[in-house]
Design a protein around this ligand. Structure first.
Ligand SMILES: Cc1cc2nc3c(=O)[nH]c(=O)nc-3n(C[C@H](O)[C@H](O)[C@H](O)COP(=O)(O)OP(=O)(O)OC[C@H]3O[C@@H](n4cnc5c(N)ncnc54)[C@H](O)[C@@H]3O)c2cc1C
Length: 308
């Protein structure tokens, strides 16, 4: 029930406007969001790199409503790619198609992402653009676009997709992506989807995750297993050991500020770990989805605020 409450709060425009402009809101978000400016996230990325973990940087924002906003978002990602190279950070970028203007002008969104992928592919060393997966109205369009981008000469290995294990269609989407050798981030899924298209029970979502995870780990493509679920992580480690899958042939991924203990212990044990670091002024829907996953985070953050 609390999950549903936080997911509907994540969609409230009014609360979002109030929260994002208040200083208490910004303090509240700081556990999971690395500040509002490019410098803030680059500093956080450097610190995470120094502790042996790689990074994916996400400029928070989704569903922009005009072309200027979409252009500004893409410009910021160009700046990020340049700064990552200049500062020699071990980091790539993650973006959402609706942040690049998909709801405003599909061609604009495609052109902007195509230009970011072309830039990542031309860099030395090459960088990588992950296209996040949003709610189900966008699933097919997002996958089609990633396939199209990946087919462009020079782009192979420089753009990847995300698969959500709660979606009933995911097995076939994984097969299609693997047929093209596309890198996949596997996650459980963060949006509210109806039972006709998505598993509702945690046990079903987890079973689907483990089934897909094994397919990815056995493929010869480098994938990301994005989860904080220790039980699933233990299954991944056991499967890798049993099947002789090299530890550097895939990576675990977690969100900034969540299970830092587990992130560190995986790296100490020789597994690869990437931290997804969000930043920016538009943190409200992101934070509400994190609270939906674990409502106890409200207490956890509140306690930290009182301690400061
Ligand atoms: C790197 C990364 C990228 C992602 N990209 C996308 C995307 O593109 N599209 C999308 O729909 N979703 C994305 N997600 C979110 C994902 O779909 C889940 O909503 C989220 O990861 C929670 O699921 P879980 O696998 O951690 O398992 P859960 O079953 O939700 O949680 C398992 C355990 O993990 C811990 N945990 C989980 N969430 C939290 C939290 N917020 N705070 C504290 N502890 C927690 C708890 O101990 C919990 O018991 C991404 C997640 C990660 C890690």
């Amino acid at each position: 029930m609390l999950r549903a409450l936080f997911i509907s709060l994540s969609e409230s425009h009014r609360l979002r406007a109030i929260a994002e402009h208040s200083s208490i809101g910004q303090r509240f978000s700081s556990r999971f969001v690395a500040g509002t400016q490019v410098e803030d996230v680059l500093r956080a990325a450097r610190a995470v790199n120094q502790s042996g973990l790689t990074v994916s940087i996400d400029n928070l924002g989704e569903n922009v409503t005009n072309a200027d906003e979409a252009r500004a978002s893409a410009g910021l990602y160009h700046q990020l790619l340049d700064e990552i190279a200049a500062r020699k950070l071990d980091a790539n970028i993650s973006l959402k198609l609706t942040h690049m203007g998909l709801d405003v002008d599909e061609k604009l969104a495609h052109d902007q992402v195509a230009s970011l992928v072309a830039k990542a592919a031309a860099m030395n060393p090459k960088n990588f653009v992950r296209v996040d997966m949003e709610g189900s109205p966008y699933t097919q369009r997002t996958l089609d676009f990633v396939h199209e981008l990946h087919r462009k000469p020079g782009n192979q290995g420089c753009v990847g997709a995300v698969i959500q294990s709660y979606m009933r269609r995911s097995q076939s989407d994984v097969e299609n992506l693997l047929a093209d050798g596309i890198r996949i981030r596997l996650c459980k899924g963060a949006y509210k989807e109806p039972p006709e298209i998505a598993f509702q029970k945690k046990s079903e979502v987890d079973e689907s995750y483990v089934r897909l995870m094994k397919v990815l780990m056995k493929s010869s493509v480098y994938h990301g297993l994005a989860t904080h679920d220790e039980n699933i992580i233990n299954q991944a480690k056991a499967f890798a050991t049993r099947e002789n899958i090299a530890r550097d042939s895939f990576e675990f991924q977690m969100l900034y500020g969540i299970r830092r203990d587990l992130q560190q212990s995986l790296v100490r044990d020789g597994w690869r770990m990437r931290v997804y670091i969000p930043f920016g002024t538009e943190w409200y829907p992101y934070l509400m989805r994190r609270l939906a996953e674990r409502p106890a985070n409200v207490l956890f953050i509140a306690k930290n605020l009182l301690r400061r």
